[in-house]
Design a protein around this ligand. Structure first.
Ligand code: NOJ
Length: 535
């Protein structure tokens, strides 16, 4: 069961590699860089949506679930990626977006053309407005991107009519998952991609599909944004589990250990664990770890709570520090040298923990968030829908640098769709390849050790005693990990005396103590030090 311990690399297709020079990443670009991912040492690649889409929300507005957006290439290009990836020993996971379609999807266009109460409208969540003339949204639900979650349509007679629900942008109408057309369509879409050899799916907004059919107001009880608490009228309703039981039986018809990973933002890990019961999804993103500040106590708690809750359902933990929706962790952890140092330490912590891990493109280069994009270039609908109050997520989506020069630092031959900061020349793949102390080389070393070391990946961990700012744990008798998240250097813990340093996120002090914001991997019984900073 590869997914119990896989390291999965997230390719944000728009910003990974641009083969045709139009400034936008594409599938031929991804295909050409698969050897880089193989060399990095990851096990699988997750591709963000590449389907036909108006790109209102970076492709999370899907107009056709069985095709490829011409901006990104063709179905043959996708098949080429699956083929080459498999030849290289990499698995491929694709994104599936079941909570909503694009407003350009045939179903929604048919729904707009059809009258209230029709079968076409019944696939979405159309409702009459409130107030005497229906001019008030049906309830107080809010779009995740800001503003009301309802938009009113103009009916065939030219009059304002029903409203439809969209928990995201108005161009992303929510589907009604009580409708059997919807249920059957998505099972068929799964088969379409499984037949093309994909190894699994990342499920967008997996906890959002079922809505309270009464559609009560949120009132004071629930605030919009952030992880969802229990009892919410449109997040984490029990009915959603039926959907995934159906999906699991589809995946189980196929050979080759196909897997689902859910994007499930909930307050309580116990509720996330419900999605990972043996007849539902395989794994889920662990946002508790991502949301924890760089503090030993908070990290330890996120780790314990996650492992504890998932163990009850027999699911492995997964760990993630960044993705295309959050501020890059170099910046979250303080930015600059401090942020980079902590990010390196966090990476070694993450990769030493039991279970699987996700790497977001560019984190292996130590890329920070880009905070100063020109406003007119921002594309995230959040920026527009909040009148600029929330900047949105463009700052973590800037195309990644491959070389220190060229019109887009090796991303492609044209100007990239979002400009790269000039200092990224020093963080390019080519630059870091040549630097023994670079973050790229750290990730590569860590992944190589992880591949060969039996103690790493799936399995158990046990904490050893440590001071407040320090985390010390073992994976087995031979492998130990120390994280010093504090401001002062700490001596090597007694329990690990005599163990050899396998890898360290920063050079150790001359007396062997572990400096501030540093993680060290130790191997007991090994003789030679493999600390890259020694050479
Ligand atoms: C989560 C995706 O990761 C995000 O990028 C997208 O905007 C929303 N879901 C809506 O599909």
């Amino acid at each position: 069961m590869w997914w119990r311990e896989a390291v999965i690399y997230q390719v944000y297709v728009r910003s990974f590699a641009d083969a045709d020079g139009d400034g936008m990443g594409d599938l031929p670009g991804v295909r050409s860089r698969l050897p880089y991912l193989r060399r990095l040492g990851v096990d699988a690649v997750w591709l963000t949506p590449f389907y036909p889409s108006p790109q209102v929300d970076g492709g999370y507005d899907v107009a056709d679930y069985r095709g490829v957006e011409p901006l990104f290439g063709s179905l043959a290009d996708l098949e080429g990626i699956v083929h080459d990836a498999h030849e290289l020993g990499l698995r491929v996971i694709v994104d599936i977006v079941p909570n909503h379609t694009s407003s350009a999807h045939d179903w929604f266009q048919a729904a707009l053309a059809a009258p209230a109460g029709s079968k076409d409208r019944a696939r979405y969540l159309f409702r009459k407005g409130a107030g005497p003339d229906g001019a008030v949204p049906p309830n107080d639900w809010q779009s995740n991107f800001g503003g009301p979650a309802w938009t009113r349509v103009i009916e065939a007679d030219g009059e304002a009519g029903e409203w439809y629900l969209h928990l995201f942008d108005a161009a992303q109408p929510d589907l009604d998952w009580t409708n059997t057309d919807v249920v059957e369509e998505f099972q068929d879409v799964l088969r379409f991609w499984l037949d093309r050899g994909v190894d699994g799916f990342r499920i967008d907004v997996a906890h959002g599909l079922a809505k309270d059919q009464e559609m009560p107001d949120l009132g004071e009880q629930f605030v919009a944004g952030g992880p969802a608490p229990f009892g919410h009228p449109h997040w984490d309703r029990d009915a959603v589990h039926d959907v995934y039981r159906g999906w699991r039986s589809v995946a189980d018809e196929y050979e080759g250990d196909r897997a689902f990973v859910g994007e499930i933002w909930l307050d309580e890990v116990d509720r996330v664990a419900q999605y990972l019961r043996p007849d539902e999804l395989h794994t889920a993103f662990n946002f508790h770890f991502l949301l924890a500040p760089w503090e030993a106590g908070a990290l330890r708690e996120a780790i314990d709570v996650s492992i504890g809750a998932l163990r009850d359902v027999g699911a492995p933990a997964t760990w993630v520090l960044s993705n295309h929706d959050v501020i890059r962790h170099v910046t979250r952890y303080g930015g600059g040298e401090l942020g980079t140092r902590r990010a390196r330490a966090a990476a070694l912590l993450m990769l030493a923990l039991p279970g699987g891990a996700y790497i977001y493109q560019g984190e292996e280069l130590g890329l920070p968030e880009v905070g100063d994009l020109p406003d007119e270039l921002r594309q995230d609908p959040t920026y527009r829908r909040t009148g600029g109050e929330r900047l949105g997520r463009d700052g973590c989506r800037v195309p990644i640098p491959w070389t220190p020069d060229g019109p887009s630092l090796g991303f492609g031959d044209g100007a990239p769709w979002l400009p790269q900061p000039p200092e990224w020349a020093g963080l390019s793949v080519a630059t870091e390849e040549d630097d023994r102390g670079s973050t790229l080389r750290l990730y590569r070393d860590a992944l190589a050790i992880r591949r060969r070391h039996d103690a790493l990946g799936d399995g158990e961990m046990s904490w050893l005693d440590s001071d407040g700012d320090v985390l010390v744990f073992r994976r087995d008798r031979r492998f130990g990990c120390v994280v010093n998240a504090g401001a002062a250097a700490v001596p090597m813990p007694d329990a690990l005396k005599g163990a050899a340093v396998l890898l360290a996120s920063a050079p150790l002090d001359d007396d062997g103590s572990i400096p501030s914001d540093t993680t060290v991997w130790f191997e007991s019984g090994a003789s030679a030090s493999a600390n890259p900073h020694d050479s």
